[in-house]
Design a protein. Structure first.
Length: 465
């Protein structure tokens, strides 16, 4: 007898109908070039991203090695003048005068005691002390505890990707990570120099960081024996689409001066060493600029971001060339090639020769050449949208010990177009658990002289954007 086909009742048909409808919609939306929202659960969820300079971060083992090496050689302050044995012991470790808790810049305090300001370490009671000397293992452990507590706070508020600066290696970062976080630093990547400060990316699910690469061109200073910090590039998905990101920590010492002509007649009264330092620092930052622009230009056809410690007051720089502002000092346009500079020692300073001469960093990156090389800057916002923007505040006896205005998040115009307007709101998170200023005295183990800066990248719900 022939088999009798089962009767399909309406209730049984509903799952099949939903499945068929889903398949048809996937096909239609795919043909139209529209992302299928159901394809990746959580794909349209916001991604909270932070950038944070954690201040010469080492793990306990490296900290002990650093203290022992510096102590063995008398805490030298000039590595270049060290003996060969000292140089061999200290190479790749932090300078012996970091973490000493003393006022910086040193000219903010006058004293005739204890060879100020030429020594590496000073008594606890020295009048030029701002915070605790972190060569003490117990004090350094308190720094680590404070950084770990901050990371827990960031994690609790939904931050899932953190760009880090001034880390020694992955072990140092793991010492402050909450559970379930992963990390990669440039120290573990091929071709990077053996230096004491690296950059890193840390993340936890649902964020997934892929295709991590060192951008070694940013490490070139023009001097073989003075490598800079390399960049770290990675890819993370935002709104279901890949975003290529670059973590940077650029050369310090040239926050707001014109890059190619940094000194002014007023600087003639400066001490020669200070004058030479200004010229050298700006020359080396200018030397880095073509490598940074080359990375931006290479990403112009895709969504991208650049974040980290730029050591530059980018929000004070013009957006681009205009009728009232010309970036180039030689009459060329910012969209014209920068060319490659050469650099050499000239006595106590660096002498830079470049085919073009420029004043600022941001207009060179944001020049629209090639098409897509257009950047937007995140800005600190007050919680109410009124009043002064928030600041990182480490309240010491002589004022704020924090660096402000040099940590940035830049996003491409293409990425901005598919995020909500709040993607450019920068939240600065102070170390006090209540969000207030951290009060710092001579016994405080300073967590860092930077606060975390956080953005929230929320995809637009309109799938056509």
């Amino acid at each position: 007898m022939a088999a009798i086909a089962p009767v399909l009742r309406p209730a049984a048909l509903r799952p099949l109908t939903r499945l068929a409808t889903s398949c048809v919609l996937r096909l239609l939306l795919g043909a139209a070039g529209v992302a299928w929202a159901g394809a990746a659960p959580g794909a349209m969820e916001p991604l909270r991203v932070a950038t944070w300079n954690v201040g010469w971060l080492m793990d306990a083992t490296t900290h002990g090695r650093w203290v022992e090496a510096c102590r063995r050689h008398g805490w030298p302050t000039n590595p270049a003048a060290s003996t060969p044995a000292a140089h061999a012991d200290l190479v790749g470790l932090p300078y012996c005068d970091v973490h000493n808790g003393m006022v910086f810049p040193r000219e903010r305090c006058t004293s005739e005691h204890d060879d100020w300001p030429r020594a590496a370490r000073y008594p606890v009671t020295h009048r030029c002390r701002d915070s605790a000397d972190l060569a003490d293992p117990a004090a350094y452990a308190r720094k680590i505890d404070a950084l770990r507590a901050m990371f827990v706070r960031l994690d609790a508020t939904g931050v899932r990707v953190v760009a880090l600066q001034e880390v020694f290696d992955a072990a140092a970062v793991r010492a402050i990570l909450p559970p379930h976080w992963s990390v990669t630093t440039t120290r573990e990547l091929a071709g990077t120099p053996a230096i004491a400060q690296h950059v890193a990316v840390a993340w936890r699910e649902p964020a997934v960081v892929r295709d991590v690469r060192a951008v070694t061109t940013l490490a070139a200073s023009g001097f073989a024996n003075r490598p800079l910090r390399p960049g770290l590039a990675f890819t993370v998905r935002v709104g279901g689409k890949p975003v290529r990101a670059l973590v940077v920590h650029l050369k310090a010492g040239c926050r707001s001066r014109d890059l190619d002509i940094p000194t002014t007649p007023r600087d003639a009264t400066l001490a020669p060493a200070r004058y030479d330092a200004i010229v050298t620092d700006c020359a080396i930052l200018r030397y880095q600029l073509p490598a940074l622009e080359a990375w931006v230009d290479a990403q112009a056809a895709r969504d991208f971001a650049v974040l980290g410690d730029f050591n530059r007051l980018l929000l004070r720089e013009p957006v681009a060339d205009s009728a009232t502002y010309r970036t180039r000092l030689d009459g060329t346009a910012a969209s014209a090639p920068l060319g490659t500079c050469t650099i050499a020692r000239d006595g106590g300073k660096a002498l830079l020769r470049c085919p073009t001469r420029t004043r600022a960093l941001f207009p060179e990156l944001n020049d629209g050449e090639p098409p897509g090389a257009v950047l937007w800057r995140a800005r600190p916002r007050s919680a109410t949208g009124q009043g002064k923007a928030p600041r990182c505040t480490l309240a010491g006896a002589r004022g704020n010990l924090a660096h402000n205005g040099i940590d940035h998040v830049l996003i491409s115009a293409s990425l901005k177009a598919r995020l909500t307007a709040t993607a450019l709101d920068l939240d600065i998170v102070n170390y006090d658990a209540a969000g207030a200023a951290l009060e710092v005295d001579a016994a405080t183990a300073l967590p860092s002289d930077h606060c975390p800066h956080v953005v929230t990248w929320t995809p637009r719900q309109d799938p056509t954007r």
